[in-house]
Structures are given as C-alpha cells and as structure tokens.
Design a protein around this ligand. Structure first.
Ligand code: HEM
Length: 185
C-alpha cells in the first residue's frame, strides 16, 4: 500500500496531536470565563488557545497546498465505492472545518478586539473585519458550535481509522502512519 507523502503524514499527526489540546483549552478557558474567573491562568489559557489555533490555520494552508499539488494515493480495490465516497465526504468536511473553525476564532478576536496571545505577542488583525463586540460574540458562538461539530467528526474519523487497523487490516491506516515511506507518488 502506497502511503501519503512524508510531509502530509507529518502535518496530519502534528495537527492530530494539537487538536485535543485546542478542544480542552477552549472548554476550560470558556468555563473559567463563564465563572468570571479573569486571572493570569485564564488569560494564559486564552493566549495559548489563540496562538496554537492560529498555528493550526497556517499548517492547514500548507496542508491544502500539498493536497492540491499531489493526488492522494489510490486505495486497495477491496474497498467498496460507497465506502470510498463516504471517506471522501468525511475528509472534505474535516478539511473544511479545520479551516473554518480557526478562521472564525481569528475573525472573532479581530472584531472584539483581543489579538494578544502569549508573551505580549499579538496576532495580525484579519483583513476586512471591523471592530464590533456584537459581531465578535456571533463569530465566537459559531466558532464554538462548529468546533463541537469538528470534535464529533474527529471521533468518527478515529473510529473508522481504528476499524481499518484492528478489524479490516487492509493497510488503510498505514497510508497515514509515520513509518518509513517506501514509495511516494
Ligand atoms: C482548530 C482550531 C480551533 C479549535 C478546535 C478551537 C476550539 C474551541 C472551543 C472548543 C472553544 C469553546 C467553545 C465554547 O465552549 O463555547 C473555543 C473558544 C474560543 N476560541 Fe477557539 N478553537 C480553534 C482556533 C481558534 C483561533 C485560531 C482563535 C483565535 C485566534 C480562537 C479563539 C477562541 C476564543 C476567543 C474563544 C472563546 C469564545 C468565547 O469566549 O465565547 N480559537 N475554541
């Protein structure tokens, strides 16, 4: 089975490791904010969430460039067309949300404005977004809702990958595993 390119697998696993941290930080910091706990820890959690989330956005741009430049390696012929279609739709949705969720967060902190992250470092403002707290609140609400949709899809994605690894044993999991690349397309 031909694996994905090395750089695609690297980006996949870096983002896969960062995502649970992003979900945990998002839920933890908003719970503290909801309890009106505005201390150094809450500010640090927000700062890390914004800086890491912006990094995910940049990594996703890189990932999209790699995806557009090289076709995905072909699957084994044992996979049914229905399953292949379902996988394509799922991967498309994951890509869409992995771009949309950080974009909405960035748009929200630009509108608020709350661009400061950690160690006094400020994110650039998103172009074309004016300052409006009301707009920021709407963007954050959408950001939070889509982040939960993303978390649900990620769980489905992990379940499907584990099914291929443990039950089907058809090499699908190994296409994305960071082992030694034998053959790149
Ligand atoms: C893949 C990337 C990201 C994920 C998975 C993610 C996830 C989350 C989650 C789960 C929440 C909690 C939502 C809630 O409970 O209402 C949240 C809140 C928040 N996120 Fe993100 N986020 C990401 C990227 C970003 C980025 C890039 C920024 C800004 C640069 C950002 C800024 C915020 C802010 C300010 C909140 C709090 C909103 C509020 O107080 O209502 N996030 N995020």
């Amino acid at each position: 089975m031909v694996p994905y390119r090395f750089e695609q697998r690297l980006l996949h696993w870096v983002i896969a490791l960062v995502l649970p941290v992003m979900f945990a930080l998002g839920l933890w910091m908003t719970a503290r904010a909801g309890a009106n706990l505005w201390d150094d820890l809450t500010n640090l959690l927000y700062g890390i969430h914004k800086a890491l989330g912006f990094t995910v956005l940049l990594l996703m741009v890189l990932r999209l460039i790699f995806k557009l430049r090289a076709a995905a390696p072909t699957y084994a012929s044992t996979l049914s067309p229905v399953l292949l279609r379902a996988a394509k739709v799922m991967h498309g949705l994951l890509y869409l949300l992995l771009v949309l969720v950080p974009l909405l967060g960035w748009a929200g902190v630009t509108a608020y404005p709350a661009l400061i992250t950690v160690a006094g470092y400020h994110l650039p403002a998103m172009p074309l977004i004016g300052q409006s707290e009301a707009l920021a609140k709407q963007l954050f609400a959408l950001h939070g809702t889509l982040a939960l949709v993303l978390a649900t899809l990620v769980l489905g994605h992990i379940a499907a990958a584990l099914k291929h690894l443990l039950f089907n044993r058809d090499g699908v999991f190994q296409r994305m595993w960071p082992g030694k690349a034998t053959q790149n397309r």
